[in-house]
Design a protein around this ligand. Structure first.
Ligand code: GA4
Length: 331
């Protein structure tokens, strides 16, 4: 029998939560990037769920598997080596702590800026063990995923009848775009079965502050999203596809028409989960306001005016589960 008397690994009690049993998300919108109807289907999925799965996306599988292998190689290093690249400020290596306001998760991760010009000392330390291979795996992957994200945003703008079509994608294409990239490792937790019906939180529930997030994971489950009615559903993993999340900034730019999706990750008892996420963000000085062409005649702007820099500053002061758009809503 496994006894949890001295659970060295499970010393963070706040990670253990009782989550209602979830059903599998069977209605998950699956969008084929080459489908002539893709623009309409993307808008529909983002209105309804703020979330969809993307197939036929054109990102070579080899880029995903190469980066996954490099991520595992890094996360398998001795703790003392990994710690040299941390703590995250916010970039660098982090373990258990998420953000700087007391959130924790059953996770270790690397946060990077996607702009290669902004290379911090911590980033260099991450690549130190294996500089060429790791760095080129990250760069090739990000480049391909960015291109695909631009295409998704252009289809979305088209579907929303926004002119010009690059109205959203230009924000991520901008050389000053504040986008970032995250590699997450959720180690297996063998003690999990003795938690009897309770769950171990890998990454607590939250919405992403940015415009759009593009997630790819290995074949380990754990991702869950919250539907409009507040029920949580599990998203079956699919290592050859991407999952797209609408972020808070896009919710504001569409005056609430597209919704940012609340999501979380639960740890697995047997398998490691690795995910790689590109968070597409605008430049810091960009004003985040509803696009005029999306406002119907007489429709009120639901949000106060703010720049991405102001929103980000406020978001980074918040707790993970907070309703971050709250202070920016017009009362
Ligand atoms: C959620 C989305 C991205 O992973 C992230 C996260 C960031 C962090 O891990 O440092 C935050 C979180 C995220 C939102 C609220 C703040 C900031 C942790 C946290 C408690 C990199 C991001 O941009 O916002």
């Amino acid at each position: 029998m496994v006894v949890l008397s001295q659970p060295a690994a499970l010393d963070h009690c706040s990670l253990i939560k009782t989550c209602k049993p979830t059903s599998v998300f069977k209605e998950i919108p699956v969008i084929d990037l080459r489908d002539p109807e893709a623009k309409t289907l993307i808008v529909k999925a983002c209105e309804e769920y703020g979330f969809f799965k993307l197939v036929n996306h054109g990102v070579p599988m080899e880029f995903m598997t190469r980066l996954e292998a490099e991520a595992f190689r890094f996360f398998n290093l001795p703790q003392s080596e990994k710690d040299k690249a941390g703590p995250p400020d916010p970039f660098g290596y982090g373990s258990k702590r998420i953000g700087s306001n007391g959130d924790v998760g059953w996770i270790e991760y690397i946060l990077l800026n996607t702009n290669p010009q902004v290379t911090s000392l911590k980033t260099l330390t991450i690549f130190r063990q294996n500089p060429e291979i790791f760095r080129s795996a990250v760069n090739d992957y990000i480049l391909a995923v960015k291109r695909m994200a631009f295409e998704v945003l252009e289809l979305m703008a088209d579907g929303l009848k926004i002119e010009p079509k690059n109205m959203l994608s230009r924000l991520l294409r901008d050389e000053k775009s504040d986008s970032c990239f995250r590699l997450n490792h959720y180690p297996p937790c063998p003690e999990l079965p003795v938690l009897s019906g309770r769950n171990l939180i890998g990454f607590g529930e939250h919405t992403d502050p940015q415009i759009i997030s593009v997630l790819r994971s290995n074949n380990t489950s754990g991702l869950q999203i919250c539907l409009r009615d507040g029920t949580w559903v599990s998203v079956p993993p699919d290592q050859s596809s991407f999952f797209i999340n609408v972020g808070d900034a896009l919710q504001v730019m569409t005056n609430g028409r597209l919704r940012s999706v609340r999501h979380r990750v639960l740890a697995d008892s047997l398998k490691s989960r690795v995910s790689m996420i590109y968070f597409g963000a605008p430049p810091l000085n960009e004003r985040i306001v509803p696009l005029a062409s999306l406002l119907a005649k007489g429709e009120e702007n639901l949000y106060k005016e703010f720049t991405w820099s102001e929103y980000k500053t406020s978001a980074y002061k918040s707790r993970l589960a907070d309703h971050r758009l709250g202070p920016f809503e017009k009362t």
